[in-house]
Each structure stands twice: as structure tokens, then as C-alpha cells.
Design a protein around this ligand. Sequence first.
Ligand code: MD6
Ligand code: FE
Length: 211
Amino acid sequence: MSARLEIDTGMEGFRFWPGALSASEQAGLLAEVLAAEAVAPFYRPVTPGGRPFSVRMTSLGPLGWVSDRGGYRYQATHPGTGEAWPPIPRLLLDLWRDLTGAEPPPDACLVNLYREGAKMGLHQDRDEAEMTAPVLSVSLGDAAMFRIGAAGGGPTKTFRLASGDVCALTGPARLARHGIDRVIAGSSTLVPGGGRINLTLRRAAPASQQT
Ligand code: MD6
Ligand code: FE
């Protein structure tokens, strides 16, 4: 296990641990995600307005985030197969506990797959019942330019997220606006077929609810 050293982002509540996952941890986590893909295949959701995302998505855990004509929500089953989502890998649950210390543990892990040209517009993560719980993000594969700014608007900052980097939106940054401007194709060989995978751990159901 590599050291998990936090750096100062200059933004209160935006926490960043570059290189938190060792090469073997990254490879092990990727293998679990690719195995889960057999049960919960990546698919391209559409926005409530009907526009397809350029990012492919799936989820792990009791709940998964979905978007369709009906809006954004968390649900217990994959929208394509109707099956329950595969479990959240142990490494991620341990990472959540070690880095955030937050209780209860996460009950949803959104998995984003960025192939060539995919990006994600500025957004807020606000579909969770517990908006005081952090959102913890793990990056695998190609590096990406992550843009983040205050919830209310104003200037943004850009951070390069590389494979094995972990960051979190907590406290005053929990509702920060953020997105992925671009992925730097070919900057990593980790993901078969190229690209970037981002995993975000959340607490989607109320803390009082058993998961
Ligand atoms: C991504 N990340 O890195 C998109 N959300 O592909 C997110 O949308 C995100 O990095 C909440 C907290 C941290 C994040
Ligand atoms: Fe987000």
C-alpha cells in the first residue's frame, strides 16, 4: 500500500490525495471493475432532455445513479438488464473509511468510462439524500483535466487527475460545481482499449436507512 498524502488544494473542503493508489492497487481495482462489467455493462445514459452523455456509465453497490427522460435518481437495478448492481469493491470501502472517516459507509459507486473524446460538463452532485456526506473520487487510466468552482458560481480552478489519484468533495465544497474538460488520450496504458475510468463513492440513501 502506498502512502496516502493529502495536498492543499487552496479550496476549503476540496481534498486531494495524488498517487493514493499504488500500481498494484490500481490494477486490482480495475480488474474488479472489468469483472463487474459482465453483470452491469457500461451504457450511455441520456439527460432528462434526451441528450446522450459522451461518458459511459455503470454503478456498483446497493444503489446506482441513473439518468433518463424521467430525471436523475438512484435505483437498485441496472436500467438495461434489470439486475442488481455488483458490490462495491473492498478496497473502495476501506479507502472511504481511511480517508473520510465518514459514517455510514457509502451505498453507491458511480463508474464513469471516458473513451476518446468523452468529457463531462460542469455539474453539482445533489441527488443524494445525505448531502453532508462526502463524495470520494478515484481515477484510473488516462489523466484528465478536472475543473472545480464554488457552488454559487465565480472563478474555477483546474487540477490534473492522474491514475491512482483520489479526491473528495466535503463540507463547504460538497456542492461545488465540477466537471471534466478533457481526457489526455494515451497518458496511461492501464485501461484496455484506452481511456479513463472514474469511480465516485456516495451515500445516496438516508443515513437512517439500512443498506
Ligand atoms: C470524473 N467526477 O472525475 C467526474 N463528482 O470523471 C465527478 O463528477 C465527481 O470527481 C463528485 C465528487 C468528485 C468527482
Ligand atoms: Fe460529480
